[in-house]
Write a protein that binds this ligand. Structure first.
Ligand code: NAD
Ligand code: TYD
Length: 342
């Protein structure tokens, strides 16, 4: 493993992962292949480009474009593909699922076909806890559980997981899959709940909490997730799935209170609004398998929320320009006419 193509590497988790690989493996060359949708930003990799001019390359391209994907694999003698590229926001998948099906499902198929065509390249798929659907009572999702996705986003990711597994069984493609819990940390596009709430609060705007705010998520620090992916990429058993998360979920309201306290803003900014359609009530995974492989998180959910809030406080220059562009239109569509609950 030496020449790695990281698809979607200009997005939130991808850029953190690229940084980790370049720092950790002095002999690896990384090619980021990214379409640069609204969520992909070259600024996320500016420091990387400056620091590793000989080991990092950027190619702008769509994972659905088989010709360009194949050409890139050839040009950079790629031996490993790590696929982060996806449409990743549940609310957008409810508004318009089209791009989700194209990128998350068909795009994954193109990458798998390319990996097969070039002599069964090592392939790692970044998946999500959302493929399990929402989890009742005290249960925790195991890697062996049947997938039961409930949003168009989750269904597109579950479809991709099925394809990846099918290529392992049918063609012997050397694959692994990781299913991550909710990631938070530097460079997350402010449509996702924590950067949205921190940036709103810093601008003294209301925080739109969906429904009663009692939904539960496992908020994990992005670098913990990236270290888990790195471990599975190098030491994971081929053909296997690994959950990655803290294994301890909290309610959205508890999360909001922590972040408001961290940045010194009042609870009066909380505003309950009309719920998301089909909103999954609780995600929580059993993470014993990745722990047995030798991984452990450095951050609890609370520490991850606090560290993330501090990053947004310190990095206004990164997120302020985002708020004035495409995001403004999206925000108006998503929240402009949303009913406020009593
Ligand atoms: P993101 O939206 O921040 O980044 C996605 C990246 O993919 C962007 O750089 C975008 O330009 C690129 N992209 C989109 N469509 C593309 C296409 N057709 N061709 C090439 N590039 C394309 O997403 P993220 O939060 O960094 O998530 C990365 C991966 O991790 C996704 O597969 C997502 O499903 C998965 N995941 C995310 C979370 C989370 O909490 N954010 C949790 C678990 C798993
Ligand atoms: P999100 O960051 O969109 O991740 P996901 O839906 O993939 O878990 O949302 C996390 C939680 O926060 C989820 O329960 C929905 C909730 N949420 C709000 O209450 N208000 C918001 O404005 C957003 C974007 C999310």
């Amino acid at each position: 493993m030496q020449n790695i193509m990281v698809t979607g590497g200009a997005g939130f988790i991808g850029c953190n992962f690229v940084r980790l690989l370049l720092e950790k493996y002095a002999d690896y060359k990384i090619t980021v292949y990214d379409k640069l949708t609204y969520a992909g930003r070259l600024e996320n990799l500016q420091d990387v480009a400056a620091q590793y001019p000989d080991r990092y390359t950027f190619v702008q391209g769509d994972i659905c474009d088989a010709t360009q994907v194949e050409q890139t694999v050839k040009d950079y003698t790629i031996d490993t593909i790590v696929n982060f590229a996806a449409e990743s926001h549940v609310d957008r998948s409810i508004m318009n699922p089209d791009a989700f099906i194209k990128t998350d499902v068909y795009g994954t198929y193109v990458l798998l076909e390319t990996a097969r065509k070039f002599g069964n390249l090592r392939y790692h798929q970044i998946s999500t806890d959302e493929v399990y659907g929402h989890i009742h009572g005290e249960e925790r999702s195991l890697e062996t559980d049947a997938m039961a996705p409930r949003s168009p986003y989750a269904a597109s990711k579950a479809s991709a997981d099925h394809l990846v597994n099918a290529y392992y069984i049918t063609f012997g493609l050397p694959i692994t899959i990781t299913r991550g819990a909710n990631n938070i940390g530097p460079f997350q596009y402010p449509e996702k709940v924590i950067p949205l709430f921190v940036t709103n609060a810093l601008n003294d705007q209301k925080l739109p909490v969906y429904g009663d705010g009692q939904q539960m998520r496992d908020y994990q620090y992005v670098m913990d997730h990236c270290e888990g992916i790195d471990l599975v990429l190098h030491k994971g058993v081929i053909g296997e799935v690994y959950n990655i998360g803290t294994g301890k979920e909290m309610t959205n309201l508890a999360m909001v209170e922590i972040l408001l306290d961290e940045i010194g803003k009042p609870r009066s900014l909380i505003q309950h609004v009309e719920d998301r359609l089909g909103h999954d009530r609780r995600y929580c995974m059993d993470v014993r398998k990745i722990i047995a492989l030798g991984w452990e998180p450095d951050y609890t959910c609370e520490e991850a929320i606090r560290a993330t809030a501090r990053w947004y406080v310190a990095n206004r220059a990164w997120w302020e320009p985002i708020l004035s562009g495409e995001f403004k239109e999206y925000y108006q569509k998503m929240y402009g006419n949303r009913k406020v609950l009593a």
